[in-house]
Design a protein around this ligand. Structure first.
Ligand SMILES: Cc1ncc(COP(=O)(O)O)c(C=O)c1O
Ligand SMILES: [Zn+2]
Length: 420
């Protein structure tokens, strides 16, 4: 039964999250004409009849264990083993922050060292299915690394637009996988604009977050995993280091789908979006009770990946569309209590709440760690089967020798051959 589910076209159609217009699945698509992001929809009734939650455990130890609710056909799947990351019970941390029990979902062990691997594995698999051969993405770093790796694994050309001060590990990872890297003198918003202009002019496919429907599908598997790993009982609270909020939206979608599949009930965790002081567009939107977030000027934070000033305003708050999950989830406001956020950042982890924030409120809490810092690019190289460009080999081994941290920058001038 499961086999026949896997071979049928699983996404029945794409639906605009703003105007709800439907379009055929299995076609190349960016945004709707109205500017709304498109969402993949499934025949969950049929899937429900053929796929029981007890069967999920027979699937692979990766996010593809949820293949019946992911769009690519099995023969299109490009996987480097992403997902099915550990949910680690922390005994002392829970006691310290006043929660009865805290689990950490460690996304850092994904193939490209962040949860971005999930979204891009799914989206690149769909590129394989739809015959897309040239893809580009704007990124603060982690999505660029993931796009470069999955595109290389699929034999697709990749170009990334990243800020000039992109973390070294991302820059080298992209180059090692053969992607063209365009360094942008400006913040992530400028990268998005340049990427869109480049794609329009040169006919490349723009894979910016929410500009195509399939990255979100990969990310939603975090929600399925949390449920399965907690024996199909959702936690009381989820803490999420938030940039655009895409991961939260993805998980919220997963909870809805699982309810329709009859796997969980209607209870939802409080979704707590944690943003650093230097870039809080969603916290501000929530505090001001605005349905959409506004651009955050002069974004800065040491929490790499979360400085995302334009945020996911386009998708959130739309009537009937996927709501901002933190609004519909029981009233926890995004952002973390000041002391906690600072303390968390000092320890290099923005996702830990302060004592005040959690005491007596949430019994079971899941905190996400979305990226894991360094990862040896060469290990990935073997899985992808791509050649490391000669000029990079020395730089990579020098990098390994120096054991530089996430904040050290590569000598871009020496290594880049980008046109800008
Ligand atoms: C390490 C890290 N944390 C948090 C985020 C923000 O993620 P989201 O857009 O799902 O809120 C990102 C991605 O941009 C990231 O790379
Ligand atoms: Zn629309």
């Amino acid at each position: 039964m499961l086999d026949s589910l896997l071979t049928m076209s699983k996404a029945t159609h794409l639906e605009c999250s703003l105007c709800h217009r439907r379009r055929e699945a299995g076609r190349i698509a960016n945004l709707c004409e109205c500017g709304g992001p498109l969402l993949a929809r499934y025949d969950l009734e049929t899937i429900r009849r053929h796929w029981r939650r007890r069967e999920v455990g027979h699937g692979p130890a990766s996010m593809w264990r949820y293949a019946p609710v992911l769009p690519p056909a099995p023969e299109s799947v490009t996987s480097l083993g992403e997902g099915w990351t550990p949910l680690v019970r922390t005994r002392r941390l829970g006691a310290r922050v006043g929660a009865e029990s805290v689990w950490v979902k460690d996304e850092g062990i994904n193939p490209t060292a962040s949860y971005k691997a999930r979204g891009l594995a799914c989206a690149i698999s769909m590129c394989v299915e739809l015959g897309i051969r040239k893809v580009a993405v704007p990124s603060a770093g982690n999505a660029a690394s993931a796009l470069a790796a999955y595109a290389a694994a699929a034999g697709i050309a990749a170009r990334v637009f990243v800020p000039r001060d992109v973390p070294q590990v991302n820059y080298l990872g992209c180059r090692a996988c053969g992607a063209d890297v365009t360094l942008v003198d400006g913040p992530i918003g400028d990268c998005g604009r340049l990427c869109a202009e480049f794609c329009a002019a040169e006919g490349w496919f723009d894979m910016a977050a929410l500009k195509e429907p399939y990255r979100l599908e990969g990310k939603k598997t975090m929600g399925y995993e949390v449920a399965e790993q907690m024996d199909w009982e959702l936690p009381d609270a989820i803490l999420y280091p938030t940039g655009g909020g895409i991961g939260l939206i993805g998980m919220w979608r997963a909870f809805d789908e699982m309810e329709k599949l009859g796997w969980i009930g209607s209870r939802r965790p409080r979704m707590i979006a944690v943003q650093a002081e230097g870039c809080q567009p969603l916290v501000r939107a929530f505090q001001e009770n605005e349905p959409r977030s506004r651009y955050w000027e002069d974004a800065h934070t040491v929490a790499a990946g979360t400085a995302r000033p334009p945020a996911a305003g386009r998708l959130s708050g739309a009537r009937g569309g996927p709501r901002q999950p933190w609004r519909g989830s029981g009233g926890e406001r995004p952002g973390s209590p000041g002391r906690g956020r600072r303390a968390g950042l000092r320890r290099g982890n923005p996702s830990l709440p302060g004592r005040r924030g959690m005491r007596g409120r949430s019994r079971k809490t899941v905190a996400f760690r979305l990226s894991g810092g360094r990862r040896p690019h060469c290990a990935l190289q073997h899985r992808i089967g791509a050649e490391i460009p000669g000029s990079l080999r020395d730089a990579l081994s020098a990098n390994r020798r120096r054991r530089t941290g996430q904040t050290r920058r590569p000598d871009h001038a020496q290594m880049s051959d980008h046109p800008f």
